[in-house]
Design a protein around this ligand. Structure first.
Ligand code: COA
Length: 386
């Protein structure tokens, strides 16, 4: 709508492009089989340790997990992680990551720098070309100083940086933020990074969700088309964001936990969700948002050559794809990466975009779409340039 107003007033509309993406993938991966063996060992240990209380009806016995359920309910087959050993040890079941000294790069910043260098190489950008750094992710390693300022320092970028968090939609919200900043003229080029150590907030002892998440980091370069040297960059045609409050995906971890110490370590200080409700409420919300956004831009959903959707659940993506296109999308029209990466929160749709976009032709129309906790959802509509 902002474009429309500017045109009516005879003003110039700045063309903004995504000119590069990068993905940092951890070296270690856990298959469903490995995860289920560890979970079921934990269940067996728990039930043996609590046998008397279980027999007396005072404690409920835990039920085992199964690879068949995980693959069928989610489409996930494996996940990359920053520490496989700690997660798979039935006595630990969390990643164990050494606390770094204040003089070392933080772990999120290190992942971010790796992904950022790949995105900068693809876009042909040096540190001096970038004016701002946004770290957009679900979980920040510390409150301050902002991780973005550290990434900025490690890469030798001048200007400014800040962190933002809208859970699974952090990356698309950051793309709109960068798009608006470049259009306003306050900056020419923005680096966005999405470091996600989702294994840090996943409760590996929770049967309903222990398989859901993986770790990764993605990076995106958003810049004014006038400075873009990359062939085949992606023109941003429009972005749209939506939030609607819901407790169905929630995590109560926070700086006030020490003020109620009796709650520290309780399951609500990790990821908790009502998966069925999320599915039922988010699918229509997102389908409607995509269709309305395309209509408002005068675009026909049938012209979409590709949809890089949020990577939480294969059935969710199948439903949304079918609703948007009005038919079952071919696999290449809606590529999933969740089978190997699992849900990587804000990074998921960006991994899919980064890995499944090279074959699109100049003029092709496509969509990046995220959705998740909040609820939050974000659309980014792009057209490939020559
Ligand atoms: N192994 C075996 N069985 C399991 C299991 C496991 N790990 N976890 C649950 N089950 C069982 C349940 O006990 C239940 O059994 P019942 O029917 O006998 O009661 C059955 O499987 C169905 O459980 P349910 O939790 O309803 O599964 P689901 O089909 O809804 O799938 C999710 C679960 C999480 C995969 C799915 O709801 C989902 O992906 N939702 C959206 C998630 C999402 O997008 N989240 C966003 C996070 S950012």
């Amino acid at each position: 709508m902002a474009e429309g107003r500017a045109k009516k007033l005879g003003g110039n509309v700045t063309t903004v492009v995504i000119s590069g993406t990068g993905v940092f993938t951890p070296e270690q991966s856990i298959s469903n089989e490995e995860l289920v063996v560890s979970f079921n060992q934990y269940v067996e240990n728990f039930n043996a340790d609590n046998k008397a209380a279980i027999d007396a009806g005072e404690v409920e016995a835990l039920a085992p997990s199964s690879t068949e359920f995980i693959a069928k309910a989610s489409g996930i087959e494996a996940r990359f992680v920053m520490d496989k050993a700690g997660i798979l040890d039935p006595d630990i079941m969390t990643p164990r990551l050494r606390q770094r000294s204040d003089d070392e790069p933080s772990i999120l910043a290190e992942m971010a720098v790796d992904a950022a260098k790949k995105a900068m190489a693809e876009a042909g950008k040096k540190a001096g070309d970038i004016d701002a750094v946004l770290v957009a992710c679900s979980n920040l390693e510390r409150p301050y100083p902002a991780i973005a300022v550290e990434v900025q320092d490690l890469l030798g970028i001048e200007g400014f940086g800040f962190d933002l968090n809208v859970a699974c939609s952090s990356a698309t919200f950051a793309i709109q933020t960068a798009y608006d900043m470049v259009r306003s003229g306050s900056v020419k080029c923005v680096l966005i990074v999405d470091p996600e150590i989702c294994s840090g907030h996943l409760n590996f002892r929770d049967r309903d969700s222990h398989f859901i998440f993986g770790d990764v980091c993605t990076a995106i370069i958003v810049e004014n088309a006038e400075t873009c040297t990359r062939k085949g960059a992606w023109e941003l045609l429009g972005t749209r964001l939506l939030t609607k409050f819901s407790n169905n995906i929630r995590n109560n971890f926070g700086f006030l936990n020490r003020a109620t110490p009796e709650g520290i370590g309780e399951p609500d200080k990790l990821f908790v969700q009502e998966g069925r409700k999320v599915f039922k409420e988010v699918v229509p919300m997102v389908s409607e948002m995509i269709l309305t956004h395309l209509a408002d831009l005068g675009l026909d959903p049938k012209d979409l050559k590709r949809m890089w959707l949020h990577q939480a659940n294969k059935s969710m993506n199948d439903f949304i794809g079918k609703k948007v296109l009005g038919r079952v999308p071919a696999p290449e029209e809606q590529p999933n990466i969740l089978q190997t990466y699992a849900n990587t929160s804000s990074a998921g749709s960006i991994i899919a975009f980064s890995q499944y976009s090279d074959d699109l032709k100049p003029g092709d129309l496509a969509l990046i779409c995220s959705f998740g906790a909040g609820y939050s959802a974000g659309n980014v509509i792009v057209r490939r340039r020559a």
